[in-house]
Every structure is written in C-alpha cells, then in structure tokens.
Design a binder for this molecule. Sequence first.
Ligand code: HEC
Ligand code: HEC
Length: 279
Amino acid sequence: MRELKILAVLIFFVGLTYWGVEPYAHHVMHPEVTPADFTFKDLPKQALSGDAAKGKELAAAQCVTCHSINKEGLKLAMSDADAANTYGVVPPDLSNVAAIYDHNFLANFIQNPEGTVKAKAGKYAMPNLGIGAEDAAHLVAYFDSIANKNLTAKQITDEACVRCHSIKYEGTPRLAVSDARIKEYMGSFPPDLSQMIKSKGAHYLDGFINDPQKLLHGTAMPRVGLTKDAQEKVIAHLEKVGDPKKDERNSLALWILGYFAVLTVLTYLWKVSKFKEIH
Ligand code: HEC
Ligand code: HEC
C-alpha cells in the first residue's frame, strides 16, 4: 500500500512538471502560430457561377500568352528556360489549378494577382490583366471542368512549389530557372524543401504555406492559396521525403513502451517475492 502511495505521488509530480514545462516550451518554439485559414476570409466573396465555355475562350485569349494548358494541347510558344528568364519563374501549367487552389482565392487572384498573394508591390510577375469578377468566374468554371481531381501528393507539390523550390532528396530540381535569376526576381532565395519538415515542423508549414506573411513578416514568398486537402497532401509529401522513417519510429516507440511495461510488472513481482522471504 505504501509503495502505491509513493508511486501516486511520483506520478503526480512528474505529470505536474511535464504540463508546466511542455506548453511553455511549445509556446517558445512556435511563437504566434495562428491556424491556417482555408476560407481566405480577407478576400472578397466571389459569385463563382461562371460558364465554362466562355471561360475557355477567355483563357485562350488571355492566359496562353504566358501559361501552357497541356491538358487542352495548348503549349506556351517559348521554352521553359526562356519563360523563366523573362518572368523569373516558369509560369505554371494551368490544367489543374482548379484542383489545388481554393476557388474563391483563384477568382480573386485572376482579378488581382499581386494583392491576392500578398506580394510586395511591383514584385509579382503576373500583371493585373484588368479582368472583372464575371469573367474570373467563367475562367474558374472552365479550369474546374478540365482539372484532374485525383492528383497525387507529389503532383500537387510539383505544381504548387517546384517553380520556386527544389526538393533534392527526391531528385526534383527547381523548374528551369537559375539560382541567380530567381533570387533576383524574388529578392530572396527559395530554400530546398527536402528537410523542411524536420527543421520547421508540420504545424509551422501549415500556417506558413497558407499565409507566409503572418509567420515571417516581410517574406518574399507569396501566399499559395491551396485548399485544405491539397495543402495536407503537400505536407504529407514533404514528410515522406524528409522524414521517411517516421512511421517506423512511431511503431518502434510502442514496442519499447510495451517492453518497459512488462519489465515493470516483472520487477514488481520479483520485489514482492523477495520481501516475502525477508518477513
Ligand atoms: C504576362 C504573363 C502572364 C499572363 C498573361 C498570365 N499569367 Fe498567370 N502567372 C504568370 C507568372 C509569371 C506566374 C508565376 C508568378 C510567381 O509565381 O511569382 C503566374 C502565376 C499564375 C498562377 C499561380 C497562382 C498561385 O497562387 O501560385 C495562376 C493560377 C495563374 N497564373 C493563372 C493565370 C490565368 C487564369 C491567366 C489568364 C486570365 C493568367 N495567369 C495570365 C504570368 C502570366
Ligand atoms: C513564387 C515562388 C514560391 C512558391 C510558388 C513557393 N515558395 Fe516557398 N519560398 C519562396 C521564397 C522566395 C522563400 C524565401 C523567403 C524569405 O527568405 O523571405 C520561400 C521560403 C519557404 C520556406 C521557408 C520558410 C522559413 O520560415 O524560412 C518554406 C517552408 C517554403 N517556402 C515552403 C513552400 C511550399 C511548401 C510551397 C508550395 C506549396 C512553396 N514554398 C511555394 C518562394 C516560393
């Protein structure tokens, strides 16, 4: 009985210390991380009831000067290398944009690229094309009609991040543009993403991708505008690349805990039998 009381007191104080220290350490290591906002509530609400056929005409007239739409056989006239040199990055292929970007974000972006991604004034290579809300809705309807809704986590990551970032551990280089050119365009070099999951953690990435300025004030990285589902897949993919042994480690931890539990029981039984001999 006495042992049990001592054990209870011990558990109480260890628990108290843990709860006193852990939230504090967490607070210090992850300052002011507010959760990601996948409704992008700072952006005006769009009607989003467009006509895909009208959107198709608009895209052919307004977007294909800078972007490919491979799914429709529309290929940008210049090479990736030339596009990268001209703009600072290769403008992304538009076939699947409606599968990865939030639609309200996308409609706002088409009307006001720089403001929607929160880029520094004059620093975003896609100009404001003077497209109104109604045409933006047609374009979103069109992109939605052609998008592949079953992209893999790797495909989403490639479409959303790889025009600026390399992922060297899986052999993915940055698209076409030289280190010097992208640094000149962005004003800051986009780091390799292979080990980000370890250095920053999933929680930070979740907030950062959704709204970089919120976590790194004045950063050169634009807001990406991914849906919750697409962003979860990107983070899962970075986890797979940067921390491929995580599942193994977690299951190993269970075995180790089990081992200690068995050991505790055996030790206790041994002690009981020894004390019997003494008394
Ligand atoms: C003058 C060239 C140009 C034109 C015209 C243009 N874009 Fe872009 N667009 C770009 C460039 C360059 C980028 C990449 C900018 C960056 O990542 O810094 C881009 C990026 C994008 C993105 C990615 C947004 C994100 O959140 O990452 C989408 C979506 C897009 N454009 C859609 C369109 C659509 C739709 C049209 C036609 C209505 C269009 N663009 C017309 C140059 C252009
Ligand atoms: C248009 C270019 C561009 C795109 C697209 C882009 N990034 Fe970045 N990213 C940058 C730049 C530039 C930096 C460096 C920022 C700085 O130094 O201020 C950066 C920095 C980062 C960092 C480091 C943040 C830190 O705290 O140091 C992470 C993590 C990151 N990006 C993840 C992503 C992911 C994931 C995606 C795709 C979902 C993505 N980025 C898409 C340009 C981009």
